[in-house]
Design a protein around this ligand. Sequence first.
Ligand SMILES: *[C@@H]1O[C@H](CO)[C@@H](O)[C@H](O)[C@H]1NC(C)=O
Ligand SMILES: *[C@@H]1O[C@H](CO)[C@@H](O)[C@H](O)[C@H]1NC(C)=O
Length: 415
Amino acid sequence: MAPIIVSRTPALLLLAVLAGPSTLTSAHLRAPRNSKLPVEAWLSTPELIEHWGYPAETHTVQTDDGFLIDVHRIPGPKLGDKPGVGSRRTPVLIAHGYSASSECMVLRPHDNLAFMLADAGFDVWLGNTRGNFYGKRHLTLSPQDKEFWDFGWHENGLLDMSATIDLILRETGEPSVVFVGHSMGCSSLFALLSDRPEYNAKVRAGFLLAPAVYFTNLQGVFLQIRRTPLLRVVHRSWLRLNMENPITRAPYPRLCLPPNSLVMNPSCMKLFTEAQGPFYNMANNTYMPILMRHWPAGSSVGQTTHFLQLIIQGDGFRKYDYGPEMNSVRYGSNRPPEYNLTNVNSPMFLFYSATDYQANGKDVKRLASDIPGTAGLIKTPTKIFNHLDIMYEEAAAKLIYKRLIKQMTKYRSIY
Ligand SMILES: *[C@@H]1O[C@H](CO)[C@@H](O)[C@H](O)[C@H]1NC(C)=O
Ligand SMILES: *[C@@H]1O[C@H](CO)[C@@H](O)[C@H](O)[C@H]1NC(C)=O
C-alpha cells in the first residue's frame, strides 16, 4: 500500500517521519475509552488468548546480538476441554509475515490456525520479530537509536528465529519444532536454513503459507513498483536507512481506518486488493478492520528494502544488496550471492493460492523444485484466495488448515 499513501498524502507522511521517536504501540495501549469496536480489536496477545478461553504464557528470548523479544505460547487446548492424548505436546512455531505480530494470529477463536493446532494437541508458540510491538527491547540499545533498526528479515531469521527455536527446545526438551510461516516468516526461515544448515535438524517439518521467496511473476501494484523508474534509481543508490519503516507508522491507521470505525476506507481496501490480490470474503466482513487495528505492528526499512531489491531484480533469492563496494567486503563479490537453498532439507509443505499477487503459483512451484526437502505442494482449491486470505480468511480452515493439520499430525512426537 506504500506507494499510494505516499502519493496521496506526502505531507502527512513527511510529518510522521519528522515526528521523531514515537514508535507504534500495541493495540491494547491505544484503546480509546468507550470504543464501539469488539474488545478483540484492542487486546494484547496473551489477553486475546485468554479472552478466547485458552491458556497463555509469555516467554522472553534474548538474541545473540542483545534483542529481547516476547514469544507467546498456547500450551494446551481450550480450558475445560480434556487434554489430548498424552501430556506431552509437539511444539509448533508460527512465524508471522511482514510488519505483523503474534496478535494477528489469535484474533478469532474459531477457524483460526493457532487455536485449531492447540485443539489438535500441539503446543503452539507464536513468534515475534525485533522491531514489532513485542520486540522493542534491547540490552543496550533503544528504538530511538539508529543501530536498533539495522536489520532486515535476514536477521529476523538468523538471529530472532534461531533464538526462538532454541528457546522452545530448551523449554520443552524436544529435539525439534514443527514450523508454520506466513510470507516473510518463510523468507526468514529459508535465510536461516540456507546459512545455518544445522537448524534443519531442529525443524522437523515446515508448513509454508504463501512463501515470499521468488518474485518473478508478481502482479498488481508490485509489478508497477518493478517498472517504476524512480524506484529503480532509489534501489540502485543502495540506501540502507536504519530506522523504523515510516510507511507502517503513524499515518497508515488514521488514513485507512479512522478511530472507532468498523469500516475500512474504500480506497485503502482497493489498495490492499492491488497489493494482495482479490479477497475471498474478508473485504466484506468486520474481520479486516479488526486485523487492521493490530497491523502494522512495526518493521524496519531494511526488511522493506530487501524485498524491494528482490522484486526489482526478479531473478533469485539473493542476500541484501549493500552496493558493489560493501558487497565485496561482506560477500567477496560485487553482487550479493543467492541463498543456498540446496541446504534446505527438512520436509517442507508449500501452500499457495490462485489470486495471490505476491507469492505467485509459478514462483512457489519453482521454490518447490529448488529445495531438496519439498514434501508437498498444495494449491488452495478455490479460484479466489489472496496473500492475506491464506493466513487470515475464515474459510482457510476448511480449504487448507484441515489438510495441513492432517499432514502435520504425521510429524507428532511418539512417546
Ligand atoms: C463482497 O463485496 C463485493 C464488493 O465489495 C461484492 O462484489 C461481493 O459480491 C461481496 N461478496 C459477498 C460474499 O457478499
Ligand atoms: C550449496 O549447498 C550444497 C549442499 O550443502 C553444497 O554442496 C554446495 O556446494 C553449496 N553451493 C554453494 C554455491 O555454496
